[in-house]
Ligand binder design. Structure first.
Ligand code: 9MG
Length: 310
């Protein structure tokens, strides 16, 4: 049975993404490539360009579908990085990876970095601010890159300091994403270029908000119009504190098993793209998940065949 024979309900719409069109008969794995000395879980091991490239090669060998390059940590409380420094970290890595045949994403909210990254060969802009900052929309408007619109309450420097309050976290995240997708479409960006993200950990209390969002992941996306496929949802929970909150693991690097479990939960709930540090482990786990789905499909087809014979 091929991917296209599978009767998964609600396969997300394909994502136009620069040089690529990503389809979602199965969830795609986005590997995190932090080119920062203070990244929250790999401790800056891949600061040097060559190390970053080696890490990217490893991810490709492990079956990654997209590589997300970031030059500023989004860890709670992490300092902002000056523009020039972010450009110096990220652009040489994108240039070097542009020939790998893997779609390249850039994790940035700065319009200047977006423009330079697209010129260097990036295919997708992953903006934790959801293209709300001045100039962000203009930087991507006239291009063909994919856009990841993420929900965030507050900002990375302060988001876990203040009171985090939602009346209905899933409804409020969806309303924000719906509004922001509308803004993008009013600016002339077609829906085929857009994926959405509830922003796990970004202004959410560790347990109740994050797990409500995961449990009801499909409901976090703007509802598609009649006859349209759902928006692709990106889910990023890898090594985050929401996993520490239930496992008691205080060190991010100890949260690999929990991250893989979260990835499988997200796949089961319709995630199109899963952003992870641990590519090999996640790819294996999703293969097992997909084999179960395929066996369910076979059983379903058999039931249909038998009922039509009777
Ligand atoms: C950069 N970054 C860190 N966490 C993330 C998440 O959950 N989603 C997206 N899109 N980007 C993230």
């Amino acid at each position: 049975m091929s991917d296209s024979d599978l009767s998964y309900t609600n396969v997300p719409a394909p994502l136009q993404c620069g040089r690529f069109t990503l389809t979602f008969e199965r969830p795609r794995v986005m590997g995190i490539l932090n080119v920062t000395p203070d990244s929250f879980s790999d401790g800056g091991r891949y600061v040097a360009r060559d190390d970053a490239l080696r890490q990217a090669e490893r991810m490709v060998a492990d079956g990654v579908d997209i590589i997300d390059v970031g030059g500023e940590s989004t860890r709670p409380g992490a300092p902002a990085v000056p523009l020039q420094q972010e450009l110096e970290r990220v652009i040489p890595v994108i240039e070097a990876l542009a020939g790998t045949g893997v779609p390249l994403s850039v994790d940035t909210y700065k319009p200047e970095v977006m423009r330079a990254a697209l010129a260097a060969g990036a295919d997708l802009i992953n903006d934790i601010w959801g293209f709300r900052r001045p100039g962000a929309l203009d930087a991507v408007k006239g291009t063909n890159c994919g856009l990841c619109v993420m929900h965030m309450l507050g900002e990375p420097q302060t988001m876990q300091r203040g009171e985090i309050d939602y009346h209905d976290v899933v409804g409020e995240v969806r309303a924000f994403l719906e509004g922001q997708v509308d803004v993008l479409m009013q600016a002339g960006i077609v829906r085929e270029r857009i994926c959405v993200d509830p922003g796990f950990g970004f202004g959410k209390a560790t347990r109740e908000h994050n797990y409500a969002l995961l449990a009801r992941l499909r409901e976090t996306a703007p509802p598609p119009r009649a006859g349209e496929a759902p928006y692709p949802i990106l889910a990023g929970m890898s090594r985050k504190s929401m996993l520490g909150a239930v496992t008691g693991r205080t060190t991010p690097a100890e949260r690999i098993a929990a991250s893989v479990a979260a990835a499988v939960c997200a796949a089961e709930r319709g995630a199109a793209i899963i952003r992870v540090h641990d590519v090999a482990e996640t790819v294996d786990a999703l293969k097992v998940w997909a084999a179960v789905r395929e066996a369910e499909d076979v059983a379903r087809l058999r039931r249909v065949e038998q009922s039509s014979i009777r």
